[in-house]
Design a protein around this ligand. Structure first.
Ligand code: AOF
Ligand code: ZN
Length: 374
């Protein structure tokens, strides 16, 4: 996901359309990828489709059904190499061959050992297969799926806000809204892009956040990410609004040895146990196993510190508000830095920066050349 502009433009208009269609499945396809497909014959689009949810038909099958007999001799543009396996659904390579498609243009290769091989099967069946010259926009669209497939962990995007002197709030333990409306609409975009949105139990107690995706007029959108409360040391108050607003599902992640408060169980939220022996990493692993491909963490200082220390942050987004908090405000990082100063400065690198209203936004990723000290 890019906040300020595209990764790189897709030069082929049909592949660009297929990528736009893929976005229709955003948030509902995990643990499967987002995939879009356009079928074109004689320059005319005869069928379109996208993958809507895991277990449902793949994008190619939806587009072939829309095209009917017109698929014969046509070109299929697919954002991901067609699958060649029987998973929850039959192989798309065979469906394309049966429909008589003569050419397939793919955005990127399917790296999954189980499903890949569609290009070879199609070629063996006499179909011309091509791949986009620049796979970057397709890789970006499925970054979280690629991450989940490769590691079993969700892609973790952490969002936080600080003053110009680097403080996450004005006073310890009090709610402070640092940034303005445009930063809020960026947050809505990030929530809409995610499979789950997570906060610590402390943030629920102090901020009572809704964690929902809302339109600018405040109405909740149809699709809502799973809302996750991480209860590492304290449990969230059962009176918090997210347990009672009826907008989207809520899960509370508790260490395996901790029994949830009865009042919390009575809210109907799902209680999920995680192995806390390796800190927040166990919570991430549990979410990955439940099919969460992309996790947005709206972190306060304690959770951010735990996640940074566990190297559990894949992307850190910082909103910078144009004011100063001074010496009474808490720091953003509340751990003890174990870092050698020479590696500390290279822990993260900035990959995007921009303005949102009167605030600034910077996006950081772990430095690829970072020297691990542990
Ligand atoms: C999708 N949607 O449109 C395409 C996919 O378990 P299955 O049968 O749904 O197969 C999932 C795998 O199929 C997925 O991991 C990916 O490798 C491949 N292609 N998947 O969910 C699609 N074309
Ligand atoms: Zn398929």
């Amino acid at each position: 996901m890019r906040l300020f502009g595209d990764v790189s433009p897709v030069s082929d208009p049909h592949l660009a359309r297929a990528l736009a269609l893929a976005e229709m499945g955003r948030g509902t396809t995990s643990p499967n990828p987002v995939v879009g497909c356009v079928i074109v014959r004689g320059g005319v689009v005869v069928g379109e489709g996208w993958h809507a949810c895991a277990g449902g038909p793949h994008a190619e099958v939806v587009a072939l059904a829309a095209a009917g007999d017109s698929a014969r001799g046509a070109t299929a543009y697919v954002t991901l190499e067609p699958c060649d396996h029987t998973g929850r659904t039959p192989p798309c390579s065979q469906a394309l061959l049966r429909a008589g498609v003569s050419r397939v243009v793919c955005g990127m290769h399917d790296p999954s050992p189980l499903a890949s091989g569609g290009a070879d099967t199609l070629r063996a069946g006499g179909v011309e297969v091509e791949f986009a010259q620049d796979p970057a926009p397709f890789l970006d669209a499925n970054e979280s799926w690629l991450h989940l497939t490769a590691t079993g962990m969700p892609f973790v995007r952490v969002k936080t806000a600080v003053t110009l002197d680097g403080h996450p709030g004005l006073a310890e333990g009090a709610r402070s809204q640092l940034t303005g409306e445009e930063a809020r609409s960026l947050t809505m975009r990030m929530r809409a892009h995610a499979d789950a949105v997570m906060v610590g139990a402390g943030t629920v107690a102090i901020d009572d956040p809704s964690l929902t995706v809302r339109a600018p007029d405040g109405t909740p959108e149809d699709r809502q990410p799973l809302r996750v409360v991480l209860a590492r040391t304290i449990q969230p108050p059962a009176t918090a609004r997210l347990f009672h607003d009826g907008i989207g599902a809520v899960a509370v992640l508790l260490p395996e040895h901790v029994a949830p408060d009865l009042a919390l169980v009575r809210t109907g939220a799902k209680m999920v146990a995680f192995d806390i022996s390796d800190g927040v990493t166990g919570a991430m692993r549990t979410l990955g196993a439940q099919g969460v491909g992309e996790l947005l963490v709206e972190a306060g200082p304690r959770l951010l510190t735990a996640m940074l220390d566990a190297r559990a942050v894949d992307e850190l987004i910082v909103y910078h508000a144009g004011g100063f908090a001074g010496t009474v405000a808490p720091p953003l990082y509340v751990g003890e830095s174990q870092e050698d100063p020479t590696t500390l400065v290279r822990a993260l690198r900035c990959v995007e920066a921009g303005c949102a209203g009167g605030d600034a936004v910077t996006v950081w990723r772990p430095h690829p050349e970072r020297v691990e000290t542990d």
